[in-house]
Design a protein around this ligand. Sequence first.
Ligand code: ADP
Length: 274
Amino acid sequence: TDATAPAASSAPSESSSRAAGKELVRFDNVTKRFGDVTVLDQLDFCVDTGKHVTLIGPSGSGKTTILRLLMTLLTPEEGTITVDGQYLTHEERNGKLVKPSDKHVREVRKKIGMVFQHFNLFPNMRVLRNVMEAPVHVLGLSKDEAEQRAKELIELVGLSEHLDKYPSQLSGGQQQRVAIARALAMRPQVLLLDEVTSALDPELVAGVLDVLRDIALSTDITMLVVTHEMSFARDISDSVLMFDKGKIVESGSPDKIFSEPEHDRTKEFLATVL
Ligand code: ADP
């Protein structure tokens, strides 16, 4: 199978109009262990600017670990990760491994936005302030500019009528839409979505997926998505990476993966979720 770099970017794309093929996220030979357990095993892949790549595979196959490595919540035991050509991990220079400074990592981290399974909004702040807070305090935007940007994004996620509410006054689906607006307010180059609908009541899932589908199809933001929502994955993905036991067992266009999977593990997995 084609489980080697650049698996994601070499897959056929139906969205050639998007910002052209510059490599944005790159994993080289990344191994992550927890104690004796190898969770990611010499993983190579890359994601080009503007592409939407979905990670699928059974629970425990390492998908969330990839997102957590990108968020620098974890560090790999081996290998390197770059975002926009800048190292998030130790970098090899003149045969020596050099640790990036905290300041460097913070700068690279600003290129990455993430939406989690549990929305993690600031409970004591109204919707508008939840979305304005980081642009003002982390990016140094003026309050006026941050407010304008926040209002546009809150409109994009369909919550203009709820600017003044507190998170506890919103449904889970609405809270997750605020979390999406909040992540986008930082203008990340890459948006990471980790099972963003799996904590929601079933009737709230479609509204969140609709918003994300709109964002995926109407903006050129790069996305790395972990989801069990296969029809959503099919709609938005340029390529799909199928994981098992910390390795990519198969990758390709959504049509190939969902309609003509080659690998037995992919067929077995899809049989459980489709
Ligand atoms: P997935 O997202 O595909 O369900 P994960 O990346 O969450 O998989 O987890 C991969 C494996 O790593 C699982 O076996 C999980 O139990 C283990 N794991 C994840 N985080 C930790 C941790 N902090 N400590 C120990 N084991 C962990």
